[in-house]
Write a protein that binds this ligand. Structure first.
Ligand code: UD1
Length: 379
């Protein structure tokens, strides 16, 4: 009898969207069998409501390692993670490193793995905004260039990667793990009235006729005081039509306070709440009249749930949410957002369909692809 050594995979997470994507992948490795995984947390996101609550709700295990790198500039964060992960991989070298998404933790882990010649798998490969002003675009390009396995969420990502010189046999269209998580936990979504009652007592009774759910945190929207003031102004106008639940990312909250713009939030219809937990967020998205956002994940979740989404950006790396889904790319100007809201008020909202392989089984496919890849290397 031959004893096959387990496939040792180090799974890297650091920021809020990573936790959501990694949960089904860890579960799929366990269900598949034959894997020994370690969960490595860089500590990029550390506040309870950006971090611990996601671990708890999504049933993520305690990380095997937490580098606790915390906040810093792009380079400081990336460099600190690289130093920490190099040491961890030197002490205990995995068969493969798995990264998700496009955050600084993703690219830092990719560079260390590549330099140490440890095979690298990238989940959510082949997405491009073609906008180098976004730190995430740089992270996506570098990570994909260094990856041995490129696991994609939409079919168009394959040809795009090939046009950049990636070998076709390294690319696997597996579907969307963000949607795996969404579908697995939809029954636990917390009704929006409960969420608002908890964070803003006395406001929940206003939601019956519909509401907008807003998240904004991209540097391009919140780091420039005039841009931020413009957008907050339009949200104030929107709040005259329907209640606006505005979840404040720490970056956004800090900028509003630095700029002394708190007054712009003190409109009757604006309900400002802290970052919501996963179950609270999905409950709020599900029944929203419209979602206004600059997040990547919400563009996909609204498409999966059939909720209209207005994306306040000039580009998106997730074109399928526009072509097939409910997403509208508004642009980043406050005037453009105002115009889109008027269209919505006239009843002109977008209906979409669920993209191919957004079926809750992406993580299962990922485990199978990795098992086959390692088996071939060992053979
Ligand atoms: C990061 C990701 C972005 C992702 C977002 C989700 C990169 C380049 N960007 O952006 O792609 O959409 O996470 O949230 O990796 N902060 C806290 N508490 C925390 C975490 C951060 O207060 O738990 C503060 C930091 O001090 C910093 C700001 O929030 O001032 C931004 O955090 P950072 O990790 O730099 O990037 P995000 O803007 O969150």
């Amino acid at each position: 009898m031959t004893i096959v050594a387990p496939i040792r995979v180090d799974c890297i997470v650091g920021a809020r969207p990573n936790f959501i994507k990694m949960a089904p992948i860890l579960a799929a490795f366990t269900a598949h069998g034959g894997f020994a995984t370690r969960l490595m947390h860089t500590g990029q996101h550390y506040d309870v409501d950006m971090n611990a609550v996601f671990f708890q709700q999504l049933g993520l295990p305690e990380p095997n390692l937490n580098l606790e790198i915390g906040s810093g500039t792009q380079t400081v964060q990336t460099a600190r993670i690289m130093i920490g992960l190099e040491e961890a991989f030197q002490n205990d070298r995995p068969d493969l490193v798995l990264v998700v998404g496009d955050v600084n933790s993703t690219v830092a882990a990719a560079m260390v793995s590549a330099k140490m010649r440890i095979p690298l798998a990238h989940v959510e490969a082949g997405l491009r905004s073609f906008d180098m002003d976004m730190p995430e675009e740089i992270n996506r390009l570098v990570t994909d260039r260094l990856s041995d396995l490129l696991l994609t969420t939409e079919r168009a990502a394959g040809p795009l990667l090939e046009s950049e010189g990636v070998r076709a046999d390294a690319i696997h269209f597996v579907g969307n793990v963000m949607i795996d998580t969404l579908l697995a936990h939809l029954d636990k979504a917390i009704p929006v009235a409960e969420t608002v009652d908890r964070h803003a007592p006395g406001m929940a009774n206003r939601l019956a006729e519909g509401y907008a759910l807003v998240t904004l945190h991209r540097p391009s929207n919140v780091d420039n005081p005039e841009q931020l003031a413009g957008l907050l102004g339009v949200l104030g106008e929107l709040a005259e039509r329907m209640p606006v639940i505005f979840t404040l990312h720490p970056r956004t909250k800090a900028r509003i306070e630095e700029n002394g713009q708190e007054g712009l939030l003190e409109k009757r219809g604006i309900i400002a709440v802290p970052p919501l937990s996963y179950f609270e967020m999905q409950g709020a998205v599900r029944t929203a009249t419209v979602v206004v956002t600059d997040s990547g994940g919400l563009q996909e979740e609204t498409t999966a749930l059939g909720v209209p989404c207005l994306t306040v950006r000039d580009n998106t790396e997730r074109p399928i949410t526009i072509i097939e889904g409910t997403n509208t790319l508004v642009g980043s100007s406050p005037d453009a957002l105002r115009a889109e809201i008027k269209r919505l008020a006239r009843g002109e909202s977008k209906r979409g369909r669920i993209p191919e392989l957004w079926d809750g089984k992406a993580a299962e496919r990922i485990a199978a692809v990795i098992a086959e890849f390692i088996a071939a290397r060992r053979a």
